[in-house]
Design a protein around this ligand. Sequence first.
Ligand code: ZN
Length: 143
Amino acid sequence: MPKGFAASADQDPCPCGGGLYGRCCGPLHRGEQRALTAEQLMRSRYSAFARGEVDYLIATHPEPHQQASQRRRELQRSCRQTRWLGLEIIAVSGGGGDLEGTVQFEARYQGGVLRETSLFQRRDGQPEGDWLYIRAVDLDAES
Ligand SMILES: [Zn+2]
């Protein structure tokens, strides 16, 4: 049986470093699973940047004040222009059974490294709400 692009990508290493894409961030990007922790959401967003999964980036980071079409264009440009090389999680606080959490990470890209502490919250502050990326609480990029 011929394999489609999705199936072959599933056998690739996940950009976030968590194993095979098909068992790591792939099911999240396809909407088959939801992120259970803030760290999982963070990893899947990194992988989405690396793979150009713009819909997933928009869905997991609400920005009601920005026009969707413009955001899509900006994200597509960002994904095209940046070659992500690897992710390292430095520290995690909360973000499991909580309503909020932070993840500190280093993301390497061709030409530099991004260090960020990201804030995540559950949608609408509900215990069963999906994890969402809210904003960077600490940001430091060096090239
Ligand atoms: Zn992954």
